[in-house]
Structure formats: structure tokens, C-alpha cells
Design a protein around this ligand. Structure first.
Ligand SMILES: [Zn+2]
Length: 251
């Protein structure tokens, strides 16, 4: 197999080998062993690092599931992500979602392109917190759980300016104030956030970076996407709490 891949995880294996988890363009998630990687510095040095974007050659012994990483060439190591704590933390949230969300059953072209788009934009320092929101709204759709911000899930009316709305993370849907009867279940979200999220779902990937998100809208998107992700995968994404620590104010 010869393909492009993003490094999602790396761990030492024995004296000299490294086990690497890759998100490959052609085969989705791949776990490969890099024989002698700790000794053979020339072949793999500075390549098997988290988030590195590689061109790889792998071999697979017939009848065995184990994949051997034969060669790796660096497209980019996203050096700014590696040097900047905030970027690294955001990329770590993306990485955790990829590790729980992608499978070994074949290519996931949309998620692969979205992941590369996100890493490139983070590396360019383009509104990094907004990139996280944009990644997640598209990621949930690509794994089959597109949240619905078009209509109230109870009365099925289109979003109306005179009503307020809350998001129900257990269903990925919104409920209007007319239907919630003043109850405080769900997470309040403003009309500006609803509008933004709908645009983020519909824009082509090439134009997604044009959506600017800041202030209250950014904060609301993080809150609901975090809650929705936790519900979908039934686990906490550990790196989120570091974003909250570093990000009390949302510029
Ligand atoms: Zn309603």
C-alpha cells in the first residue's frame, strides 16, 4: 500500500520498534509497526510525530493483519502546531475525535480532507478556535450524525425570529421556546449561532475558512459541539478541558 496519511498516535514497542496509528487516505485507520524505527533514525527521524502529514509505503504479510511501515516521507510536520500550546491543544481535540470516530474499514475521504484542511488552517494561525468548531460540525455529519438546526424537533416549524431555541445534545436537534414550555432542558443557543452553524454545514470545504466566528457565538458553538460529541461517543474528550483552562475569554 502506498498512500498519504496523518499520524494520530505513536508508541514504543520493544527495544527498537514503534507502533504508529495512521489516518490514511486510502484505507482509513491503519495501525502499523515501524521496525527498527528507534535505531534507524535516517528512515524515520522527525516523521513519526503526532499530526505529521506523510506519504507512506506499507507492506502486509499475506494472511496477517499486521502492517509494516516500510517508508515514510514528510509532506509537512505542521511546525506551528507543534510550537504553539493553544494550537497543539486544539489539534489534540481533533485527534481524539478521529481516534474514536474513524474505522479500519476503508477510506473516509471526506473526513480525511476535512482533517487536513483543519491542520493546515491551524498551522496558519487562522482563527484556531473557530477552526475547531468548523471541524466538529462537519465531522459529526461525516460520521452520520448531522445535527439539525433547520426546524424545531417538536413542532417542525422553521426557525422563527420571535422564538428562542435550545439544543438537545441527546438528539442533535433544536427545540423552540413555544414547545419547551419555559423548561431549561437543553443548551440555549442564539439565532446568530444557529445561522452560523447552518452555513458551516452547507459551505463547500474550499470556502469554509471564510466563516468568521468569535465572541458569544464561538463560545456557544464550543459548548454545544462538546456536549453533542460527548453524547455521540459516550466519553469525555480529555483535551477539551485544557482549552477551557486556556480560554476563559473568547476574543
Ligand atoms: Zn417547536
Amino acid at each position: 500500500m502506498e498512500t498519504d496519511a496523518i499520524v494520530l498516535d505513536c508508541s514504543d514497542h520493544g527495544e527498537s520498534d514503534v507502533i504508529v496509528t495512521l489516518f490514511s487516505q486510502d484505507e482509513g485507520r491503519v495501525t502499523a509497526i515501524a521496525k527498527g524505527a528507534k535505531k534507524s533514525l535516517r528512515r524515520f527521524v522527525n516523521k513519526l510525530e503526532l499530526f505529521s502529514f506523510l506519504h507512506i509505503v506499507c507492506t502486509r504479510k499475506a494472511g496477517r493483519s499486521l502492517v509494516f511501515l516500510a517508508e515514510a516521507d514528510l509532506h509537512t510536520s505542521f511546525i506551528n502546531i507543534r510550537k504553539n500550546l493553544e494550537l497543539y491543544t486544539i489539534a489534540s481535540v481533533i485527534r481524539e475525535f478521529l481516534l474514536v470516530g474513524i474505522r479500519e474499514e476503508g477510506p473516509e475521504e471526506n473526513i480525511f480532507r476535512l482533517s487536513l484542511w483543519s491542520l493546515h488552517n491551524l498551522d496558519l494561525l487562522q482563527q484556531p478556535r473557530a477552526i475547531l468548531s468548523l471541524f466538529l460540525i462537519r465531522f459529526f455529519e461525516h460520521v452520520g450524525y448531522r445535527p439539525d438546526f433547520e426546524i424545531c424537533s417538536k413542532c417542525a416549524n422553521q426557525v422563527l425570529p420571535e422564538r428562542t431555541y435550545s439544543f438537545d445534545p441527546s438528539g442533535g436537534r433544536i427545540i423552540c421556546s413555544g414547545c419547551s414550555g419555559g423548561s431549561t432542558r437543553g443548551i440555549a443557543l442564539s439565532h446568530g449561532t444557529i445561522k452560523l452553524l447552518r452555513s458551516a454545514q452547507d459551505l463547500p470545504l474550499e470556502r469554509l475558512h471564510r466563516l468568521k466566528i468569535s465572541g458569544t457565538i464561538l463560545q456557544e458553538t464550543h459548548t454545544i459541539l462538546n456536549a453533542y460529541g460527548r453524547h455521540l461517543f459516550q466519553r469525555d474528550i480529555v483535551s477539551w478541558k485544557f482549552i477551557q483552562v486556556h480560554g476563559r475569554s473568547y476574543p
